[in-house]
Design a protein around this ligand. Structure first.
Ligand code: KG4
Ligand code: ZN
Length: 337
């Protein structure tokens, strides 16, 4: 079986074709970073308009790349939420219409389920059950995963998401949006131990996160110091170290609580090398392992939507003739397969 995946929930147009025997047959990504750069963040209306321009041409390109025609497909999957409503509506309406025109089932996909299942696209696939840390620009969640659609929310951020904190702190350090990867690069030249930032909410029990205070602590340091190039790098280092430590402490706690050893990390921030290394050390000590997607499948992409769509399609879940974008959509309300 083969499915087309369409992702337009935020500032990336991602299109892919997934085949349940051959895996990903083709995928393309168009990033709108340049469109939003001058504004220091995503402008929803501009995002929607750009998805309108890019989605159909990218679908054509992906079909050509895979040497397929629409008749070779068995379904069309699209991100139905959570995300920016206008951006979601573009992918939903195009996906639903193409499925109608091509006489195929249409499969609405939950964006975070896409992220969560992205490691399944790699060679070393995690077995259920596992604990998943989902860290993106909009979400920070710890989830116990017993199977597809069997998600128990263990903890989440009470304010900023981890990626959002990276982006806001990067902005304070004079870096362009989205600043996460640039801050990580800057931190490579940082000095360990010059600044120490808090590890929020690690001194009390529980698995929730809070990152807005950490960003404020970084801002206070930046205001107090003479900000030369080395000091920029030192603050970046301290910030990244604090986020990574905080996430690691909570992951360890979650694994203990669930009596599990397998940890999956996904979402944009899971591309962070320091985070991957830290979590590899922690899980190794527990006799377990950490699993993550290749970097291009950590951030938003069509491949994860095609994959998640395929699992839902196989279980008989598809949409009627209507379509609906769901900007807020709790992950733990999805039905189990
Ligand atoms: O999953 P994603 O592409 O979009 C959302 O669904 O939000 O995640 C984007 C987020 C941004 O905040 C970006 O700065 C962050 O992931 N990010 C990183 C890295 N790569 C992407 N943060 C830290 N280190 C990275 N290497
Ligand atoms: Zn995402």
């Amino acid at each position: 079986m083969r499915i087309l995946g369409i992702e337009t929930s935020c500032d990336e147009t991602g299109i892919a074709i997934y085949d349940d025997k051959q895996g990903i047959m083709a995928h393309r990504l168009y990033s709108q970073i340049a469109v939003h750069a001058d504004y220091g963040g995503v402008v929803p209306e501009l995002a929607s308009r750009d998805h309108v321009r890019k989605t159909i041409p990218l679908i054509r390109e992906v079909l050509a790349q895979a040497n397929l025609t629409p008749q070779d497909l068995d379904g069309v999957a699209y991100t139905a939420g959570p995300g920016l409503v206008g951006a979601l509506l573009v992918g939903c309406s195009i996906g639903r219409s193409l499925a109608y025109g091509w006489d195929l089932p249409a499969v609405p996909v939950h964006h975070m389920e896409g992220h969560l299942l992205a490691p399944m696209l790699e060679e070393d696939v995690p077995e259920f059950p596992f604990v998943a840390l989902l860290v993106s620009g909009g979400h920070t969640m710890l989830v116990r995963v017993d199977g597809i659609g069997q998600y128990e929310l263990l903890g989440e951020s009470v304010d900023d998401a981890a990626g959002e904190a990276f982006d806001k702190t990067a902005k304070l350090l004079g870096l362009d949006y989205p600043g996460g990867p640039a801050l990580a690069k800057m931190a490579e030249k940082g000095t360990k131990g010059r600044f120490k930032l808090p590890r929020p909410m690690t001194d009390r029990p529980g698995l929730d996160f809070s990152f807005s205070g950490l960003k404020t602590a970084a801002a206070t340091t930046i205001r107090k110091e003479e900000m030369d190039e080395q000091t920029h790098a030192d603050v970046a280092y301290a910030f990244q170290e604090a986020v990574v430590d905080t996430l690691a402490i909570k992951c360890k706690r979650a694994l203990k609580q669930c009596e599990l050893k397998r940890l999956v990390i996904a979402g944009g921030v899971s591309a962070n090398t320091e985070l991957r290394e830290k979590l590899a050390t922690i899980t190794a000590k527990l006799g377990g392992q950490v699993y993550y997607p290749r970097p291009e499948f950590c951030t938003d992409n069509g491949a994860m939507i095609a994959y998640a769509g395929m699992q839902r399609l196989k279980s008989g879940v598809f949409a009627d003739l209507s379509f609906k974008a769901t900007p807020r959509w709790p992950l733990d309300t999805l039905p189990a397969i």
